[in-house]
Design a protein. Sequence first.
Lengths: 264, 264, 327, 327
Amino acid sequence: MDYTRQEMMAIATGREFKDGELAIFGVGLSMLAGFFAQRNHAPGLMAFTEGGVYGSTPVGGLPWGIEDNRISANAVSFTNAIDALGFLVASGRVDNAVIGAAEVDKYGNVNTTGIWAPDTEPWKVGKYTLPRVRLNGSGGANEIATGAKKYLLMVTHEKKRFNEKVAYISSPGYLDGGNTREKYGFPGGGPSAMITTLGILRPDPVTKEFILTGYYPFSSIEEIKENTGWDLKVAPDVQVIPEPTEKELENLRAVDVTGSLRKK
Amino acid sequence: MDYTRQEMMAIATGREFKDGELAIFGVGLSMLAGFFAQRNHAPGLMAFTEGGVYGSTPVGGLPWGIEDNRISANAVSFTNAIDALGFLVASGRVDNAVIGAAEVDKYGNVNTTGIWAPDTEPWKVGKYTLPRVRLNGSGGANEIATGAKKYLLMVTHEKKRFNEKVAYISSPGYLDGGNTREKYGFPGGGPSAMITTLGILRPDPVTKEFILTGYYPFSSIEEIKENTGWDLKVAPDVQVIPEPTEKELENLRAVDVTGSLRKK
Amino acid sequence: MNKSKLITMKEAVEQYTYDGMYFGHGGALPVGSDCISFFREMVKVGRKDIDIASNCNSQGTNLLAAVGGLKRMEVGFSGLEVYGFANGLKRAVETGQTVLEDYSNGAIPIRMMAGALNWPFIPMFMNTGCDQQWASADDPENYPNTKKIPEITDPFTGRICGAFTPIKPDVAAIHVTMADIYGNAIMLGTEWNRYELSRCSKKVILCADKIVDTGVMRQYPNLVRIPYIVVDAVVYAPFGVWPQCSTGLYDSDEEHMYYMNKMLKTEEGTNEYLQAFGQYDDVFDYVNLVGQERIDKITKTDTAFLMDPYRQWIKTDAEIKELLERR
Amino acid sequence: MNKSKLITMKEAVEQYTYDGMYFGHGGALPVGSDCISFFREMVKVGRKDIDIASNCNSQGTNLLAAVGGLKRMEVGFSGLEVYGFANGLKRAVETGQTVLEDYSNGAIPIRMMAGALNWPFIPMFMNTGCDQQWASADDPENYPNTKKIPEITDPFTGRICGAFTPIKPDVAAIHVTMADIYGNAIMLGTEWNRYELSRCSKKVILCADKIVDTGVMRQYPNLVRIPYIVVDAVVYAPFGVWPQCSTGLYDSDEEHMYYMNKMLKTEEGTNEYLQAFGQYDDVFDYVNLVGQERIDKITKTDTAFLMDPYRQWIKTDAEIKELLERR
């Protein structure tokens, strides 16, 4: 079957959503995955945006941003950011969500804030030096990371993005692993999976280190280990993730009207 | 001129409001005083209710309550309680307000919560016994007392209502006088006057004890002292408060369409 | 948004309420919009030991207290404004039947907001330096009380303020002007605390004066302050606020407000009142009980024009009955 | 509500903004409603050393940063979503010209709400346990920082959470869909942080796509989330959000979004951009600059029907000019 790695990642992400869940997606890839799930197997998925746009589906293609008119044209309710990110996300009500990352580490911590020159990262030098490249900041991902019952990290699988430790924690995963996250009393449970262009990693229940639990028909354990910046452990029951079914691909492409995921 | 004591009190209260002030009134007497001021000399007075009803004037008579349709028929905005009592009142934005009281003390503390059998008041017995008569609680008056830049107490002048110390402080005035209020960091400045059916009392700038600064043409210093439960001091410059002008009375009665203040 | 949540009043009270629950209602002030007919139904089935978080007493809490169903209440205002003291509640408090924990009208909605945010506590400058802080009906032996609203120090300036607990009711019944079958709702008039209450409660039941088509929500999404995702059930509750007022639809029934409050002053009066106004089968029957004469009088409201933009979407009683049967 | 607050864009920027001010703007996310033409005017008159509380970057802050006018920014998201990094802001941060203090998209509006409530601080479980807490651009020498979001103990449960400072800007400019001359405003689409911002700022200027008669406010008071009493000035700002979108009125101008961001990447590009799009006299002239071709394209929005109920109250340009002259 003909599909791209991006499409596989979106479908694998979409499969994680169950009917009736309360969910929040960002723009782009994660929104595609979510609306794919709603169309494919979870018609009662309740999705909303960071700004409090409820009950809508995109019209005229994927929105340029989450408050774009493309997501506002058929809403049943518009409220505000405190409602969406405070009352629903940070409070612990959301069942599942997706966030992206420029960089992740083995405990699922996410950096979307900046890239530092080697050995100038704040935690290495004990001060907050300027980043070499300023990224976008945490946005609403921090509320998801601290508040959602569980959430998914959706990341392009490249070695430079998968590091032992991220330069800057924009959105906390399991911090230093084990029970180090618990100190902060977050209502949310932490990341349940990293779904990448090459496979799926899930946290070890005790150490919270992300280990490889699945790879795609087109990838391999070796390829994934090569593209991961820490010594990636492999689950004893690691599995090949089923490729997209025809129905899944059809539903994904019906959502991805502009074919943004088909570009290789 | 023919006017009632209640009308005199309402007009004396209304005179305290200046054009352009942000103000909040409760139902009944205090709302009459406020809308009288708006009609008489303060057209730009900005009034709102506890529930966030903005830009309206009562229709069909005085409202039965502050969220009654009589105050909702010509509003420009409806919001909510946090907006009105939190953002505008408790925050310290309101310029002036009026609250009523079942009982006041010499430092302007207000009781609207209950009447206790003699010597069973919480502060006397060190526990919170049941009141003999349950009153209405603090309502939004506590936000006014703690947040308004200044506010007026409007009280029927009877000895049983004017006590050395109130049984229960529902809304704090100057507490034990002097700077005892300051400990609590309230954004608001405290009560600026007690306007009663017999005269006007204002706080001493240092001790914060309320002293008699004015009496009406129909009352006297002696009558007021007799009807006050503490040893009321009289200001050296105590004055006779001008009786209502014809214009004032006309404007008050235009607001008090049902003549509720004319009943003796 | 693919499932109807429309159920009957009887079903809502049976399925969602229970003795001993922590209940929230909303609610403008005493004479404004509150889910009065929901309280009537709870009284009808004899719910008791109810613990209530209330921004404000209304005829609903007044009635529940009058029949002895109200165990405890956290409230900002316990009266009926110009209609006087709430006699049913007053009696329950004075006899010790209802434990009344006092806060202010501002503190209760903010504590609900803090519940919605799932905050640990809220630091504020209201309700401190007075007996709302020092007197606790839940812990009456300790005066001045230091646990109800403990002092906390602002880490930035060192100032002292009061720390408040959040409110998270088990169940809330919320009056709204209009709702669709999925649970999207529009309120006319002040929201008072209803927006926050819809977010802080574990279960939310809407009591709607009118059931409307979802078309009105899509035309006026900024009016939909309660979206379907926070709602568990929708109940058609025509004249559900009577004898209080519902902005846009009907005014307060002054005569009945006084009459009802007078009756609730005694146990006998309460029984007599319930004989006359507590016996009906469903909401359609209840509307008959309110009666055409009263309805004609109270629907002549100066706020009626506020409903004009929405009339085309209102479902008729026949349509609502069909929606209920079709389930 | 007896005085018109309608003034021109030029007057608003002259009278209410100043170098070094603490400024708030709102604002949906990067591509949504923000007062972009207000930023253009500030850039035109050369406002500098601006300290901004921003729930989110937009082309407004991107432009102000690109010209070097942005001294400091507290922000939740500094990009342009699908349009990429905000090049003007990115450049200003990487060169150290702009001090960027990071929070999240949820924390900034809540800090504004706390400012509106005049709270001492807010205890929350967000932005802690990560570099939003440990890294402070305002105090970079101390890492991990313990003063930006200090730990505080919940007096009720002993849990540890983070304490946040409230936000209280000196001045805020807020885009709204419609405003009357007194300052009552209606927003279509998500409010994002605009409601809270209108309450926490010392001065509030509305930038309205449409000036409307107060009749619309009286018909739809529940839509008026910003009433006149919190507003200091009203500015007519047609296409004031361009090239971003204004729900109900126009879509994002995708081509210009990319073009503008590309130009802001360098100082030269920024100057070139301002030569082309920073030279106009008043808002009527500015609309000509946007041009009919672009206007025709972006006003074909799928959200246009959302404006239908309000069209009868919209003032024409001629009426607005007369209102401005009549002062």
